[in-house]
Design a protein around this ligand. Structure first.
Ligand SMILES: O=C(O)CCC(=O)C(=O)O
Ligand SMILES: [Fe+2]
Length: 358
């Protein structure tokens, strides 16, 4: 018998030995964020762990981040109470115009994420945006506002650590990040029904911006790590937050970090809420590859683009999402030159869309 791939499998079958099991999924890194504010040795280790997780997995969970359970539960309650309002009340925020400061809708225009409803609004600086937020439920502004301020703080800590780990220094872009966009997406998914075959809540996509910080009421988020071809389910660890790399961090790092493809599946046991907080530079500020990370061995791989460019790109390309289910994502921020391994490129072409935003 020629030595072909799979011959071991066939040999073991002959002897009635069960085929070898695939390796178990590697657990997601869990980072204790408290170490960032301890002594410099602890901080250095935390910075190393964060950058390693971004580089190798595209995401990680954070604990000891300083956001209280009370605050996190408050945000989930406020979101849940909003989605329980009458259709009429919620539709006060309905709009097809993705430039609106707040937007409610009952299905995505990608033609896939049909069972999700969502409310999206901006949050940083809070004083500029909170006036657009719902006044029902009565505690919405207070609870969501507190959570938004806290996630913005955590995003600053994380960005400082990542920029330090990339060798750019913790205060790189600091002012621009402080005044940058925080875009909050509240997603509401029904429990999956045994009758319906379609279990997808939100189609595969990567997020815009540098980082996304995600809070989920129960499991449903799935991620595809860079070297994998399979989905990994993200557990809903009580008190933890999920963090993943967005497109603009891929650009800024000149491809050293890659944005994470992710999706949401419907939970078989309960309806589910997730709150995604997306952090980037301000609307018109272009993100470019950091000059410090470009040299003759690492040529510049991306064009510059802003959040605004992304909003301009979306409406004209919505039909493509419908027709193809996934976009090939040539929004202008993607690589000028193909990079990385061919498998990942093909996967990105198939999978990358913008279903989760806009
Ligand atoms: O619901 C989830 O877990 C994912 C949400 C998401 O990816 C998004 O809002 O961009
Ligand atoms: Fe997303």
């Amino acid at each position: 018998m020629p030595a072909v791939a799979g011959s071991l499998y066939m040999a073991s079958q002959h002897k009635g030995v069960p085929p070898p099991l695939p390796p178990p999924p590697r657990p997601l890194p869990v980072i204790n964020l408290g170490r960032l504010t301890m002594d410099s040795a602890s901080r250095a280790l935390a910075v190393r762990d964060i950058v390693l997780a971004c580089r190798e997995r595209g995401c990680f969970e954070v604990v000891n981040h300083g956001i209280s359970r009370y605050c996190m539960n408050g945000a989930l309650e406020a979101a849940s109470e909003f989605f329980q309002l009458s259709t009429e009340r919620k539709e006060e925020f309905a709009s097809d115009d993705i430039r609106q400061p707040i937007r409610y809708d009952t299905s995505s225009r990608d033609g896939i994420s049909m069972s999700r409803s969502f409310l999206k609004h901006y949050a940083n600086p809070l004083d500029d945006w909170i006036k657009f937020w719902p006044t029902q439920p009565p505690t919405y502004r207070e609870k969501m506002g507190e959570y938004a301020v806290e996630t913005q703080r955590v995003s600053m800590q994380l960005m400082e650590a990542i920029l330090q780990g990339l060798g750019l220094g913790p205060s790189y872009l600091q002012e621009k990040l402080e005044g940058g966009v925080q875009f909050v997406a509240l997603n509401n998914y029904p429990q999956s029904s045994a009758k319906k075959a379609d279990k997808i809540g939100l189609a595969p996509h990567s997020d815009y911006g540098f980082l996304t910080i995600l809070l989920q009421s129960s499991p449903g988020l799935e991620v595809m790590h860079h070297e994998d071809d399979a989905w990994t389910s993200v557990p809903a660890i009580p008190g933890a937050l999920h963090v993943h790399v967005g497109d603009h961090l891929e650009v800024l790092s000149n491809g050293q970090l890659k944005s994470l493809v992710h999706r949401a599946v419907l939970n078989p046991n309960e309806s589910r809420i997730s709150i995604a907080s997306i952090h980037g530079l301000s609307m018109d500020e272009e993100v470019h590859c950091a000059e410090e990370l470009v040299d003759e061995h690492h040529p510049k791989m991306y064009r510059g683009s802003s959040f605004q460019d992304f909003l301009d790109f979306l409406p004209a390309n919505m039909n493509r999402y419908k027709r193809c289910h996934h976009s090939d994502n040539d929004s202008g921020m993607r690589r000028q030159q193909p990079a990385g391994n061919a498998k990942r490129r093909r996967r990105l072409q198939q999978l990358k869309g913008k279903a989760g935003q806009g």
